[in-house]
Design a protein around this ligand. Structure first.
Ligand code: GUN
Length: 293
């Protein structure tokens, strides 16, 4: 069994990005600039955004954090987005999700210029990805593909079962896994809360990508011997023994599943660190106009 080390892989990639940025700066080019908009004080979002800012520092990027309180109105957010769309000093920006209920999240996403949508959430980027055109790919699916690539996990012609159909992970990773590329070229099945025979379908899989957000959902009896298992779950579960009061729990019963696997990602330290790293990759692609000329 090979443990896929997302933390180490993410560090390697960030070092590669930092080296590229050093060269850009030495050639008198501006460092890439990422802006994050954070609304409210949700603990998870605060942590994610703080980690994104830290990753920018590591990569030699400029970063700007714009904060609003929970009661910000949609028009204010749309004005800010319009300003960032027009700002030549900003290469890419993200609006941290989820947003308060009075804000129309889809309207916010669609207001972002696709050329600066480094989250890859705009329908133009999602659509381009689904037909295999250059685009910003959303970070978690891109991070999963990067891990499969760097660990040489066989995917071509293999049966891949994706558990979960979210717009952020399940649907896009299914799309990338079926694409005629390497990694990819897999026979993909997506299962979800309404699926019948979910366990039986998982047992057929050479690759399982678990992205449903239910701690320990994937048990050993659902996994074929020699399967590769990618765990996207990051649910906070209360843990009094931790200073923070919680620990992160994956969707896979790691202890019992790992011995059956050819490859497996741990939680934490698997897919999670790759997500922010791929946002950095997208920001570099935006700054160098590598996707949209
Ligand atoms: N909330 C959870 N994941 C993400 C992400 O990748 N991007 C943004 N903007 N919000 C999120």
């Amino acid at each position: 069994m090979t443990l896929i080390d997302g933390k180490l892989t993410a560090e390697t990639i960030k070092a590669e990005i930092a080296a590229t940025v050093s060269e850009m700066v030495a050639a008198e080019k501006r460092a890439p600039h990422l802006v994050a908009i954070l609304v409210g004080h949700d603990g998870g979002s605060e942590t994610y955004v703080a980690n994104k800012v830290k990753a920018c520092e590591r990569c030699g990027f400029r970063s700007t954090l714009i904060r609003y309180e929970d009661d910000v109105d949609q028009a204010t957010l749309l004005d800010t987005i319009a300003r960032l769309n027009d700002d030549d000093e900003v290469d890419g920006f993200i609006v941290q999700l989820p947003l308060p209920r009075h804000i129309d999240e889809q309207a916010i996403i669609e207001a972002i210029d696709p050329r600066k949508d480094v989250d890859g959430f705009h329908p133009v980027n999602v659509g381009r990805m689904s037909i295999g055109l250059p685009c910003f790919k959303s970070a978690t699916p891109a991070g999963i593909m990067e891990l499969l690539k760097r660990y040489d996990v066989p995917t071509s012609g293999k049966r891949c079962v994706v558990i979960g159909r979210s717009n952020i992970v399940g649907k896009p990773v299914a799309t990338l896994m079926m694409q005629k590329s390497n990694p990819g070229n897999a026979t993909v099945t997506v299962v979800h809360s309404a699926s019948e025979n979910l366990k039986e379908i998982c047992r057929e899989a050479d690759i399982i990508i678990a992205a449903l957000g239910k701690p320990g959902f994937v048990t050993a009896d659902m996994v074929k011997d020699g399967a590769a298992v990618i765990d996207v779950g990051t649910t906070r579960v209360p843990d009094a023994s931790r200073k923070s009061g919680f620990r992160l729990s994956g969707d896979v019963d790691f202890e019992n599943v790992a011995p059956k696997c050819s490859f497996i990602t741990p939680v934490p330290g698997g897919v999670g660190p790759m997500t922010i790293c791929m946002l950095m990759c997208n920001t570099l692609l935006a700054a160098t106009h590598a996707i949209y000329k």
